[in-house]
Design a binder for this molecule. Sequence first.
Ligand code: GP9
Ligand code: MN
Length: 412
Amino acid sequence: DSSDIVEVKNYTQANHKEPNPDLFGVAEGKNVFMISLESLQSFVIDNDVYGQEITPFLNQLKEESYYFENFYHQTEQGKTSDSEFIVANSLFGRSSGAVFFTHAQNDYNALPEILGENGYYSSVMHANNRTFWNRDVVYNTLGYDRFFDVDSYEVTEENSVGWGLKDKEFFEQSIDLLKEQPQPFYTKFITLTNHFPFELGEEDKMIEEYDSNSGTLNRYFPTVRYMDYAVEQFFEDIKEAGLYEDSIFILYGDHYGISDNHNRAMAMYLDKEEITPFDSVQLQRVPLIIHIPGHEGETFDTVGGQIDIKPTLMHLLGLSTKEDIQFGSDLFSPEHESYAVLRNGNFITDDLVYASNTCYDKHTGEEMEDPSSCEEFIPRAQSDLEYSDKIIYGDLLRFFEPDNDMFDRSEE
Ligand code: GP9
Ligand code: MN
């Protein structure tokens, strides 16, 4: 009932982190490009296959951006849709199934809605059918003004591969749609080409495949390279359209692309004897790049997860998060704690990785001799997940009346 929401609010607010005064509001009123990079994992960043760079553009972009190298996806079976849910709400998805299907019509206090109340036009661009992942229903719930789905794009056999429209064409056509939008806008772009089973035409292969017993891992590298190229072209086009200077760009990997089924090939690629549960958790890192034109690059080693994107972005836009119910916190906050919980209860701190009920020393990858180091975090990780579940299963945010107009300058 409604008393539960008070309990959850007390729980999350005890964890509220004050914004970084140097960055609070720096992107106020700017357009927001939220770019969801399909299946992009961090292990390809600054890495190569037989001497061929896999993500040359992202490698360079991150040098001119705030880059988080210990950032984890927190998705489960809901894959892309889970990442969308987590980013929009700073709530966890479900431990199984997809919250986009099971709780599509709950009350939420999602980013698109909050930004809408603060003068933004919000949209999603994604060249797939609007009903996929129940997006048409959920986007409405989350407060998006518009969903440019496959019907907004010209899709032919020539410009498609695998799941549909190729990323390069997708971004090219998105520019025209973007120009029609009122500003400031908050627009999410969901790429598609780097999706399992990682199909790509010969003409789009810019680097060679890897050679291992996993065709999946082998093909992954050229499709990642292609996606990197598509994003590079997109940045060029954004500049040409005059939309670069007054915008902020958030790019993140939505979830893993290479599952544990390919551990043997992965071990070979990473030059390891085997992939341990510790390595598996570390492989759940996905890139997070926050690019603000005019800001110098800086790499952060603080541990965080997708759940932290909402508070981080809100503070950059000058919006207070004090009154919201969020399970993440601002990654730039001087008080930010290095900590990420994965949906299965595994967690990561600066020094520890908890995986398969085992406490690992993060610096060596070895089991801790004294496993009690993990003990203080185990119940906390569980509570984070349980309180978030409580909100979703009980639709508790219907009892929550945030005044998003007050979100303005209270923390400046
Ligand atoms: C489909 C795309 C991929 O629209 O978002 O979905 P995924 O399988 O990665 O969840
Ligand atoms: Mn995906």
